[in-house]
Design a protein around this ligand. Sequence first.
Ligand code: ARG
Length: 467
Amino acid sequence: MADKPWDGRFAEKTDQATEAFTASIHYDQRLYPYDIEGSMAHCRMLAHVGVIADAEADLMVQGLADIRRELERGAFDLDPSLEDIHMHIEARLLQKIGKSAQKLHTGRSRNDQVALDVRMYLRHETRRTIALLRSLRSALVAFARDRATVILPGYTHTQRAQPVCLGHHFMAYYEMFTRDQARLQDALQRINIMPLGAAALAGTTYPIDRRFVADLLDFPEVSANSMDTVADRDFIIEFLSAASICMMHLSRLSEEFILWNTQEFNFLVLPDAFATGSSIMPQKKNPDIPELVRGKSGRVFGDLMALLTLMKALPLAYNRDMQEDKEPLFNTVDILQSCLDIYVRMIPKLEINAAAMRRAASAGFLNATDMADYLVKKGMAFRKAHDCVGKVVAFALSEGKELHELPLETLQQFSQLIAADLFDHLTLEAMVDRRTSAGGTAIENVMAAITKAEADLDSEVVDGKDA
Ligand code: ARG
């Protein structure tokens, strides 16, 4: 059992159960690259302001670099008695370089250290998530372009409503993921703030240079209030909130894939490489990937609730409760990135059953609104037209026919305004193409939206910094 850096005032050894209960090393070890980089910058700064000698700083930075290599190789023993990654690295530095290591923690606390590590970690992962979202948006746009003119039913209440083109349907998801990306980009500004120097809560008596550390670690900003700095987890909550909204969108898309892949819809064939079978029913090919994406969204929402609940009654400043922020955060990062990644791979391979979509769009009176609009164009008031077409629908239902399958003479018994040009008015293409209002499903609109999206994607400078 290692000596503890804080046990000077303790008369008794820590109970092993206490060590096991308080340890976070089994999960916070993933912060090690940031802990080491942060410690190196802190060291450099202490030498820069003359709190330690340059030679001592060199020795520490060298030792920290060696420890990083050990950690990368996995040649590093974890010891629950050392609680967390911060103490592990400091203890190892002492073993390696001797007493100079005891100066590393000058003017610093684990409270601002952990805030720094998590901010650096999350800055990196937010940039990676943004890059994945951009890839997903590209995949959606490419998919939309290739199949833009396929016509399928648009639904309200999960009932066939009006025909739309497939490009429009997929571009709807493009819009959602564009907003998700913008939310992360916005959150990144508040993640990317340098907390070190807040120390335990009140700042420090050493003449530290926080801007110097921020420059070394590429932070544009230094946090303003030391108490807020060690107590703030808003930046995690913002990420979890943006992640939850994004998972909600992924889950809706999944739901459509699952429905469309049923024999009942038969709109979509999932690629074999992205589906799984049943251990008992030989005929089955199951949509497990979309089901798991849909299912995992629940865990991400749970992580957001966990963090809000964790923080809601904590008085200033740091409280140990806050150690519980990491597992939900890591869990959400892992889930969100893996869901985005699998969809980036799967979407280009989806096979669309255009004939089934078209068949579905041709049955179920999806042209009723357009027939009413036709009567309006011929001079009837919309409410009257609505009522008139409603009666035609009721009649057609009793005959087992669609509107466009009724003979002209029959239709004319409902209104003398109906002429032979009605049938051209009611083709699927005509119905889709007439919806030229801004944001509507007309092919020309959709092609313009796709072209604009492609240009936007091209012009997005990916903030590649440490991504
Ligand atoms: N493992 C701790 C955490 O994640 C580090 C900070 C510990 N600070 C303290 N005062 N015990 O929050």
